[in-house]
Design a protein around this ligand. Structure first.
Ligand code: 13P
Length: 343
C-alpha cells in the first residue's frame, strides 16, 4: 500500500468546492427511479442517462470531484464508443466503484440487515483498479425501529464488514469510502438519531483501527444527524447542522481526509441547506462535502423523462444542483439562489 498516494486521492475527492456524484444505483434501484419518470430501464437507457450526466461539462469540471459507478457502468461505452470512465476522467473527476453487493437479512436479528460482498472482493478490486477506479464505496444500512433496533449485533457485524472492505481496498491501492448509513425512515426524533449514529461511528472506527486501516487513506460517508421522516418533531436546519458537527467532532479523528455526506431521502434543498449550515459553522478539522445520489439526480431525472429533446434541460437541472451543493460545501449557498435556476 502506498499511503501517500491514497491520501492524495482522498484529498482530491474532497477538494474545495467539489463533491461526489453517487451514480451507483443498482439495477433494481435505478429501475425504481426510472419507473417514477416512466422510462423503461434497459442497459441502453441506463447508459444514455448516465452519459448525459457525465457530459454535463460545467457541473463535472467545476463541482464534481469523483463519480461512484455501478459495476455495469464502469464497463460501458458512450453512444459514440468512448468508455464512460474516460468521459469522467476527461472532465477531471475521479472514477470510483460501488463494491458491496447489497444487503441480506441478518440471521438471528429479525428486521435487520448486513451488507454482503466480501467474498472474492480482493480479485474484483484488482480488476476495477485496472479499469481506472481509484476509490470504492461500501454501504452498511442501519435501521432505527422501536427500542431494540439497531441491535448491538447489527452494528458490530456491519462495522466489521466495513473495516474488512476498507482494508482490502487499501491493499489494492483504492481509497475506501466508508459508509455506515443510519436510515431516516422511521418516526424517531433527532436525539435518537444522534445516539444511534454515535454508537455506529464509534464502532466503525474501532473496527477500522483493529483491522489496521490507515485513516489518512479513506473518506467517511455518514448520514446527517436528523429526525426520522415520519417524526412529528422535525428539527430545524440549524439544529441538524449543530448536532451533526458536534457528533462528528466526538467520533471522527482529525486525520481522516474528509467527510462526504449521503442525502438519504432529504429534499434537494434540505440536503444543500444542511451542508451549507455546517460549513458556515466552520472551524472543522476535515472538509465537509456531498456524496449525493438522490439530491443531485432527482431534478435531472424529472427534467429528462427519457426524452432526447429534454437532454439540455436535464443537464441544466443537474448543473444547478451541483452548483448549489458546491457552494454549500464552502458555506457560500443562499436560499434565494434556488429560485434563480441555472441559465
Ligand atoms: P443518496 O444521496 O441518495 O442517499 O445516495 C447516496 C449513496 O451513495 C447511498 O449509498
Amino acid at each position: 500500500m502506498n499511503l501517500a498516494d491514497l491520501n492524495k486521492v482522498a484529498l482530491a475527492m474532497v477538494a474545495p468546492g467539489k463533491g461526489l456524484l453517487a451514480a451507483d444505483e443498482s439495477s433494481g434501484t435505478i429501475k425504481k427511479r426510472f419507473d417514477a419518470i416512466n422510462v423503461v430501464s434497459t442497459e441502453e437507457s441506463r447508459r444514455d442517462y448516465r452519459e448525459m450526466l457525465f457530459r454535463s461539462d460545467e457541473a463535472m469540471k467545476q463541482c464534481i470531484s469523483g463519480v461512484i459507478l455501478y459495476d455495469e457502468t464502469i464497463w460501458q461505452n458512450a453512444a459514440d464508443g468512448t468508455p464512460l470512465i474516460k468521459l469522467i476522467e476527461q472532465s477531471g473527476a475521479i472514477p470510483g466503484i460501488k463494491v458491496d453487493e447489497g444487503t441480506q437479512a441478518l440471521a438471528n436479528s429479525p428486521g435487520e440487515l448486513v451488507t454482503t460482498g466480501l467474498d472474492k472482493l480482493a480479485g474484483r478490486l484488482e480488476k476495477y483498479y485496472a479499469q481506472g477506479a481509484r476509490f470504492a464505496k461500501w454501504r452498511a444500512v442501519i435501521d432505527i425501529s422501536g427500542a431494540d433496533i439497531p441491535s448491538r449485533t447489527a452494528i458490530h457485524v456491519n462495522a466489521h464488514a466495513l473495516a474488512r472492505y476498507a482494508a482490502l481496498c487499501q491493499a489494492a491501492q483504492i481509497v475506501p469510502i466508508v459508509e455506515p448509513e443510519v436510515l431516516m425512515d422511521g418516526d424517531h426524533d433527532i436525539d435518537r438519531c444522534y445516539a444511534v449514529t454515535q454508537r455506529v461511528l464509534n464502532k466503525t472506527f474501532h473496527e477500522l483501527r483493529i483491522q489496521r486501516v490507515a485513516l489518512e487513506g479513506m473518506i467517511l460517508k455518514p448520514n446527517m444527524v436528523i429526525a426520522g421522516k415520519k417524526s412529528p418533531k422535525q428539527a430545524s436546519i440549524g439544529e441538524v447542522a449543530e448536532k451533526t458537527i458536534r457528533l462528528l467532532k466526538t467520533c471522527v479523528p482529525a486525520v481522516v481526509p474528509g467527510i462526504a455526506f449521503l442525502s438519504g431521502g432529504q429534499s434537494d434543498e434540505d440536503a444543500t441547506a444542511h451542508l451549507d449550515a455546517m460549513n458556515k459553522i466552520g472551524g472543522l478539522p476535515w472538509p465537509l462535502t456531498f456524496s449525493y445520489g438522490r439530491a443531485l439526480q432527482a431534478a435531472p431525472q424529472k427534467a429528462w423523462s427519457g426524452k432526447v429533446e429534454n437532454v439540455a434541460a436535464s443537464q441544466r437541472a443537474f448543473t444547478h444542483r451541483a452548483r448549489m451543493n458546491s457552494l454549500a460545501s464552502k458555506g457560500e449557498w443562499k436560499a434565494d439562489l434556488e429560485t434563480r435556476k441555472a441559465s
